[in-house]
Ligand binder design. Structure first.
Ligand code: C2E
Ligand code: MG
Ligand code: MG
Ligand code: MG
Length: 286
């Protein structure tokens, strides 16, 4: 009967919740260990010029090589990292790893394109971010524009005044600023022109809609126009098909990233890509 079912249902729910919070605590403990024991690594996704097909940037994305479970994507551990504050230690590691990699690539391959690093809300609001960024750059002899910091609109909108100060401090050190997942947040256009932002990243949901017929191109078109009028560069995320790329060219969106060109790949594979690009580069004489 219903009463019996209700009791069973209740027992079932509590057992589920117990399992969930246990899993969460396990995850917290093993993530703490992962940071300490070097189980995190970075993969890099090329950003490409829509017209020339040249690589114009790279985005660093964190991965976790779990000893038993294999590779874990940030979607599974970032929420826990954010709730527990572990995202700060993780973010420190990401920054110094990315900067060390940039230095290596500059020395070895003459890399001249920026590498983007994602920063979550907690890292951005921590107050230490500009100092930490400066330290990571200094430690690797970098000037600043080699590094791009990606933040989301929702990170900025919480406290626009504080955000403006943090962004200004980052800009003083020379780094580039990109607004990630643009168009999905509050999109309060009033703050955009007041903040020192270099680049808008059109969220991949709008790019996905481009080819499904679920929506027209009005949002990407509007973002490209906004970027142009504010003097910002615009990149489309999540480009998977040739059709989407062609639509972006038609919209005069200057760059894109997505599985169509490349998935995020380990550093060694980036080196192969860079070597290929260097190999086909015309010599200064020719
Ligand atoms: P994001 O910064 O917007 O990164 C783009 C995500 O889209 C990445 O997922 C990437 O693998 C995926 N992607 C790229 N091209 C395509 C495509 O053509 N189709 C589809 N379906 N997906 C594509 P990933 O690596 O799982 O990262 C998810 C999110 O986790 C990132 O979104 C970012 O917000 C966060 N994240 C990643 N790495 C870091 C990090 O080092 N620190 C912080 N704080 N957050 C990070
Ligand atoms: Mg990003
Ligand atoms: Mg994004
Ligand atoms: Mg995202």
């Amino acid at each position: 009967n219903a009463k019996e079912q209700g009791r069973n249902g209740f027992r079932f729910v509590t057992r589920e919740m117990g399992a969930k919070s246990r899993e969460r605590m396990d995850l917290e403990g093993s993530l703490r260990r992962a940071i300490r024991e070097g189980q995190l690594f970075l993969v890099y996704q090329p950003q490409v010029d829509t017209l020339t097909g040249r690589i114009v940037g790279l985005e660093a994305l964190v991965r976790w090589r779990h000893p038993e479970e294999g590779m874990i994507l940030p979607g599974r551990f970032l929420p826990v990292a954010e709730e527990t504050g572990l995202v700060l230690a993780m973010g420190d590691w990401v920054l110094s790893e990315a900067c060390a990699q940039i230095r290596h690539w500059r020395t070895r391959f003459g890399l001249s394109i920026p590498v983007a690093v994602n920063v979550s809300g907690a890292q951005f609001r921590d107050g230490q971010l500009p100092v930490k960024v400066a330290r990571a750059l200094d430690a690797n002899g970098l000037e600043g524009p080699e590094l791009e910091i990606e933040v989301t609109e929702s990170t900025l909108i919480d406290d626009v005044e504080a955000a403006a100060e943090t962004l200004a401090a980052l800009k003083r050190r020379g780094v580039l600023i990109a607004l990630d997942d643009f168009g999905t947040g509050y999109s309060s256009l009033s703050y955009l022109h007041r903040l020192p932002i270099d680049k808008l990243k059109i969220d991949r949901s709008f790019i996905h809609d481009l080819s499904t017929g679920a929506s027209d191109a009005s949002v990407p078109r509007a973002i490209v126009g906004l970027g142009r009028s504010l003097g910002l560069s615009v990149i489309a995320e999540g480009v998977e098909t040739q059709e989407q790329l062609q639509l972006l060219r038609d919209l005069t969106c200057e760059s894109y990233q997505g599985f169509l060109f490349s998935r995020p790949v380990p550093a060694e594979e980036v080196e192969r890509l860079l070597e290929t690009v260097t190999a086909v580069e015309p010599s200064p004489a020719g």
